[in-house]
Design a protein around this ligand. Structure first.
Ligand code: CXF
Ligand code: ZN
Length: 361
């Protein structure tokens, strides 16, 4: 039995339960979790924005050490440091074979996978097929990526979701180049990772926007050159910082119609707005046909930062090893399993950056 943070139904507060994990199959690995970041998608599975099978063990942005491997496992050995990969591509569908594994058909819509039992015999699911807020997990070998030397194991958890998604959106989806101007709307773990990625790409100015003024210092520590509190007159302020044109790139990291309009409306003619935030099906955003034509902007989403974790986690780990990226700056709270609900409250109130469930102590 292992302790795990379980959401029993949407709208109910998650609680710590003992979970009996499934037996290790020939292709499976057992991972002792070192740390797991609290991602906005965990909150989405609690508030009903995203609906997995319940009960579900929350968490998916996690790192740990392999403790046991099935008979046919070749990719890792006991003792290896790994990051969990919640979007392990099948490598055989049309998208994987055409170089877009982040759109893998086998991963699409997999929000949870059964992987154990509660003490009363109820089947419990692993969120995004991996789970993260638990002492140990059992996953297929392709759901772990070996962690190269460089990052310490605890903060490496962030490479599994926020950093891959945010830095990937900059590097892979939008292809930001040196000297380009960047706007980032919404400065949670992903938005702050976008800032770090833009800074690493040599972009400038890098303008962070958030409703919470306390994000200013965090944004600047990761490379933002300017911080603006959310304001209806924002696009005027942004034009003033970009020669009257608007930014080359906007990254929307909230997932709401107003912030998508804010991002899109701040982009120069011919520029690009990349939507990283995930919103609800019921919400829509509209553009009038003349502005669509006149501004000739590109509007796109970024799924998982257009990343292949097996390719991109080693690249990010190398940035950490070389001192170009400090993952510790993204972590503002270190917590235990029982503190996950409090981390959700901080997230909703706009306080801090990543909360990291730290099981290394
Ligand atoms: C999410 C995106 C929305 C669906 C569930 C997974 N990504 C990671 O946090
Ligand atoms: Zn996530």
């Amino acid at each position: 039995m292992v302790a795990a943070v379980v959401a029993r139904a949407p709208g109910t507060e998650p609680e710590v339960f003992q979970v009996e994990l499934r037996a290790l199959g020939p292709q499976d690995v057992r991972v002792r979790i070192a740390a797991a970041g609290v991602c906005h998608s965990d909150l989405s599975m609690v508030n009903g924005t995203v609906v997995p099978q319940y009960p579900v063990v929350l968490g998916h942005e996690a790192s740990g050490t392999v403790t046991e491997v099935g008979a046919d496992v070749t990719l890792v050995r006991p003792g290896d440091r790994v990051v969990l990969n919640w979007a392990a591509p099948c490598r055989s569908c049309w998208f994987c074979l055409h170089g877009e594994p982040w759109l893998c058909s086998a991963v699409e819509n997999v929000l949870s996978v059964p992987f154990g039992h509660l003490p009363d015999g109820t089947v419990v699911n692993a969120s995004l097929g991996v789970g993260g807020f638990l002492e140990e997990t059992v996953v297929p070998q392709r759901s772990v990526v070996p962690l190269p030397d460089g990052p310490s194991l605890d903060v490496a958890a962030l490479l599994g979701c926020a950093v891959l998604t945010g830095m990937g959106a900059v590097r892979n989806t939008a292809g930001v180049r040196s000297g380009e101007s960047v706007l980032v709307v919404g400065l949670g773990g992903i938005g702050l990772s976008v800032i770090a990625g833009a800074s690493l790409a040599g972009a400038g100015p890098i303008i962070g926007v958030d409703v919470a003024p306390e994000k200013e210092k965090l944004a600047e520590s990761l490379g933002a050159t300017h911080f603006l509190p959310s304001d209806p007159k924002l696009s005027r302020q942004i034009r003033a910082l970009t020669g009257g044109r608007g930014v080359d790139h906007a990254f929307e990291c909230v997932g709401s119609p107003a912030t998508i309009r804010m991002g899109w409306g701040s982009v120069r003619r011919g520029g690009r707005c990349t939507v990283v935030g995930v919103g609800r099906r019921s919400e829509e955003v509209s553009f009038n046909l003349m502005e669509l034509f006149h501004f000739s902007r590109t509007l796109t989403s970024s799924i998982f930062g257009s990343c292949d974790p097996e390719r991109d986690i080693p690249i990010l780990a190398e940035h950490v090893r070389l001192g170009h990226l400090d993952l510790n700056k993204l972590v503002t709270h270190r917590i235990g399993l029982a503190d996950v609900p409090a981390a959700f409250e901080r997230m909703q109130a706009g306080h801090g950056a990543r909360s990291l469930v730290d099981l290394t102590a």
